[in-house]
Design a protein around this ligand. Structure first.
Ligand code: SF4
Length: 143
């Protein structure tokens, strides 16, 4: 009797910091156990090798923030038997969703104003070359 084909798992990234995928990679021993039972067909954070779908399970990290993302997530859904969102970005929009509740132009103006204020205060900070600037000075790394 032929052995049953392994179920396939795909991991996808959208707008995100990659932290959820890194958390998956932190499950080193468990991932090795899973790899005996599942074919990890797509997980670009772990390997550039990919296997074409369809996939039994897709894990999705990140939020949908562009029309291109919307097109991609529909394609991922279409080639996945089950799709599971992981993390706050994928499940609730994450920090990217803040733009849904405010005027992006206002954010941009506020950021620029703050940057201008910081630039004006820059002379109060020690000015160093980039090589000495990499060292800890005035205990700034101990805070
Ligand atoms: S939920 Fe979003 S911000 Fe949090 S670790 Fe995952 S990808 Fe990063």
């Amino acid at each position: 009797m032929a052995a049953a084909a392994k179920k396939t798992l795909a991991v996808w990234k959208f707008s995100s910091c990659d932290g959820c995928q890194l958390s998956l990679l932190d499950l080193e021993d468990e991932l090795l156990t899973l790899a005996d039972r599942l074919e990890i067909a797509q997980f670009l954070e772990a390997s550039s090798a990919t296997v074409a779908g369809p996939y039994d399970v897709s894990l999705v990290e990140g939020s949908i923030t562009t029309p291109h993302d919307a097109e991609r997530i529909r394609a991922v859904r279409a080639c996945s038997r089950a799709l599971i969102t992981i993390g706050a970005c994928a499940t609730a929009g994450g920090i990217q969703a803040l733009r849904n509740f405010a005027d992006v132009e206002e954010f941009t103006r506020a950021t620029s104003r703050r940057l201008r204020l910081r630039l004006r205060s820059a002379p109060t900070f020690p000015s160093t070359s980039s090589s000495t600037g990499a060292r800890s000075t005035s205990g700034s790394c101990s805070r």
